[in-house]
Design a protein around this ligand. Structure first.
Ligand code: CTP
Ligand code: MG
Length: 388
């Protein structure tokens, strides 16, 4: 049997009027990346999703590329319904799909479990939505409190909403122009199809008003645990070598020798970052026996370690480095190294600290035979089993 083609459609063509801010909310930073990038990553990394397509506003292609890299996009419409329609027509023009999951970019924290539940429910129903029971007292009222609305049997309906592709495309095509719809599931129901409910997720609550940003950040933060790890490295100083420290070329009568460019500072930070993952060290990830790393610029090691953390849905909070040497003096180069390390790790300079010390002319560092570096990294990583 052919594998089913399951396409995700993220609608991100709104203007975010109720939230305000300089950028439409789906492109504004939330929990370390553009809001849209969170759910895009959730779909893209899910093994059953064949393609993720994004409906964006006219002229927002560059913003989309900045947020998620290469992605199939389509220009949305004046209402959410029209944006979904544009996306569905684009999928149809590409040859259609078996199933489609339609999702709001404004609901950033989508877990693989929710995607699994929705896809499973489509075995028996043409449509399905994630929903949570209403917990708060509900009441009507204009300025003063009116009557309570019984909440039995009331649900908060979220997205992604998942459908048999032909069924939801048909509902959109038959929908009367000029009439608006609150969501796609209601459109399917209008034409007599049943829509199943699966368990929703509080993480999927929509970001609509300014106060929702802090709540979303807090929900996300609760899924991460902090870890710190140290790294240590030494390289020999020799005449005739370049001196790379912290990604900066420093004029000096000697340089560090080693398998790579021997940037002892970046190696210590790389080991500290790898230590936070618990998955080995610089030698495990970049074996000296592998010729591709010979003479390699050490920023590649550093950025690879950082990418391991971000691929796990983690964030780097802080990096602290101590260089141990008699010469060169680190002070004059501290600002350049700090800026470089911050740039390499996509951090603010206030998240990078550089310190230096001598060993009072004692030992190999005291005799100028080598430079040692110690680093400590602090990162936050998703709690096991709870994807961001
Ligand atoms: N959306 C869309 N096209 C539109 C309107 C909305 O693709 N013409 C998308 C939004 O980008 C969002 C989702 O639909 O991901 C839910 O809409 P909402 O939360 O209302 O977002 P906005 O319309 O952008 O916000 P506002 O209503 O406050 O302007
Ligand atoms: Mg809107």
């Amino acid at each position: 049997m052919e594998p089913r083609r399951i396409v995700a459609l993220i609608v991100a063509a709104g203007s975010g009027t109720r939230l305000g801010g300089e950028l439409p909310k789906q492109f504004a930073a939330l929990a370390g990346k553009p809001m849209l990038a969170h759910s895009f990553a959730a779909f893209s990394s899910h093994p059953m999703i064949s393609e993720t397509i994004v409906a964006i506003g006219a002229g927002q292609e560059a913003m989309l590329a900045d947020a998620v890299g290469d992605a199939r996009s389509v220009t949305g419409g004046a209402t959410r319904r029209e944006s979904v329609r544009a996306g569905l027509e684009a999928i149809a023009a590409d040859g259609g799909a078996d199933l489609v999951l339609i999702h709001d970019a404004a609901r950033p924290f989508l877990s693989a479990e929710v995607i699994d539940r929705l896809i499973a429910a489509l075995d028996t129903d043409p449509g399905t939505v994630p929903a949570l029971p209403v917990a708060d007292t509900l009441a009507r009222g204009i300025e003063v409190l009116g009557e309570t609305v019984p909440r039995d049997g009331l649900w908060r309906v979220q997205t992604p909403q998942a459908f048999h592709f032909d069924a939801i495309l048909d509902a959109h095509r038959r929908w009367p122009e000029g009439e608006d719809a609150t969501d796609d599931a209601q459109m399917l129901r209008r034409f007599g199809s049943s829509v199943a409910m699966v368990e929703g997720d509080i993480m999927l609550d929509k970001v609509t008003y300014p106060a929702d940003i802090a709540a979303a950040e807090a929900r996300h933060a609760a899924t991460l645990i902090s870890r710190s790890a140290v790294g240590y490295d030494v390289h020999r100083l020799e005449v005739g070598e370049e001196l790379w420290l912290g990604g900066v070329l420093i004029p000096h009568d000697k340089g560090l020798s080693g398998h790579s460019d021997a940037d002892v500072a970046l190696h210590a930070i790389t080991d500290a970052l790898l230590g936070c993952t618990g998955e080995g060290d610089i030698g495990t990830h970049f074996p000296p026996s592998d010729p591709q790393w010979k003479g390699a610029a050490s920023y590649k090691f550093l950025q690879h370690a950082a990418s391991i953390i971000t691929a796990k849905g983690g964030v780097i909070d802080f990096v602290d480095l101590t260089l141990i040497c008699e010469a060169p003096k680190i002070g004059p180069h501290r600002a350049a190294m700090r800026a470089k390390i911050a740039e390499l790790l996509a951090l603010g300079e206030d998240q990078v600290s550089i310190k230096a010390t001598t060993t009072e002319r004692l030992g190999f560092t005291g005799r100028g035979e080598g430079i040692a570096a110690q680093a400590c990294a602090t990162v936050r990583l998703p709690v096991a089993g709870r994807p961001a």
